[in-house]
Write a protein that binds this ligand. Sequence first.
Ligand SMILES: Cc1cc2nc3c(=O)[nH]c(=O)nc-3n(C[C@H](O)[C@H](O)[C@H](O)COP(=O)(O)OP(=O)(O)OC[C@H]3O[C@@H](n4cnc5c(N)ncnc54)[C@H](O)[C@@H]3O)c2cc1C
Length: 399
Amino acid sequence: MAKRGLNVAVIDALSGPAEMCSRANAGIIAVGHAKAWAGPGAPAAMINAFAGRDPSVKVTRLTDPTLWRWGVEFLLNCSPSAHRRNTDKLQRLSRYSRDLAAAAEVEMNLPAEIRHQGGLYLFQDKAQFSTYVASIEDHGDGSVEVLGRDALIAREPGLSGMSGRLVGGLFSATDSVGDCRLFTQRTTAYLNQIHNVSLHFKTRVIGLRRANNIIEAVQTNHGDIPCAAVILATGVETSDITHPLGFRATIYPVKGYSGTWKIIDPAGVPTIPYVDETELLAVATYGRKLRVTAIAEFAAHDRSVSEASISHIAEYVRQSFGDAVDLETPEFWAGLRPTTPAGPPYLGRVRMFDNLWVNAGHGQLGWTMSFGCGELLAQRITGEQTSLENVSATASWLV
Ligand SMILES: Cc1cc2nc3c(=O)[nH]c(=O)nc-3n(C[C@H](O)[C@H](O)[C@H](O)COP(=O)(O)OP(=O)(O)OC[C@H]3O[C@@H](n4cnc5c(N)ncnc54)[C@H](O)[C@@H]3O)c2cc1C
């Protein structure tokens, strides 16, 4: 929006940028992993989660009515055709976004933090690997390569510590990786120097002042900020703002965990980011840091870091990279992925207002899709031809 010459006020309740869900995520621009969670296999996975049989998917707030509303919509999106439709939206958004990410650092003259070196998807189970390989969509660009165990280790020697457990993997050439929080902090510093951007941290939005179908001002704990248009990019708190206006965004906070370790032997850890599809963990390195993320926990807005969850991650690191990192000083974190039942984010104008827009609900792919979603919304708001059509989650209150 600022690039298009508009005056932009960024308002955030926290003390700085990327302090909520973007704080310690895996940082993978995971184009090869852009798949809707809701799909034919998901109901069985949910039953396992309810029964407490899966350490990577947990339901700890069964009585939460929001979870049940969300769950019904999730189940309605589990048919093969809905899964294909939603995955197609996520893939188009991710590929578009990834191309913009590559240009963003250059455009803002930021130090190169994002590495465009591809990403790996690893398997420890033969049957799972074969099923996955059979399901890969060929985009006709040779962007996905199937690798047996030896080829995998040859491509990424940092995986040799876990070679005995691996059966094979896929290399997605279109994936990238970078520290999302660091990138966001640098972007904010850049924006701070631009005359048409003002930053309002430690400022909580408590409402939107409306006159008929126009939002006139954003009401905050520090007073009103007049506006010509509003974009709600408020993650899991979006419904707190939209509900008093008469519509609800179905976004569930799906808790995930990360652990970050200091690397002591760079040769013993991977440089290419990967997702372990069998154990459902993501692993990435930035400089001297190794980060491992995992777990989808349905625990309403509880952000506490549970001992059982972090020991699951810590055990994986000990087994896979125990000699290469300092096992004594990990930092653990939990974040709430703003997740829609279908998968794609809400991206568009709220039907009953002329100037209220939403960009929220990016789930497990918020960093991956961020550049594209921002650009698409700016195109829509300024009346330009949009680069992609039909990528938003379906919402009766959104156009
Ligand atoms: C463990 C884990 C690993 C992940 N790994 C990846 C990955 O590898 N790749 C990837 O693409 N994605 C990943 N994600 C997902 C990604 O981190 C999220 O999708 C993304 O951070 C969501 O960003 P957001 O800005 O929409 O929401 P948030 O980061 O939650 O930001 C919302 C902001 O809105 C502000 N806000 C809300 N309400 C108000 C209000 N009333 N007033 C003022 N401010 C308000 C909050 O203060 C906050 O700063 C991961 C997530 C987790 C938890």
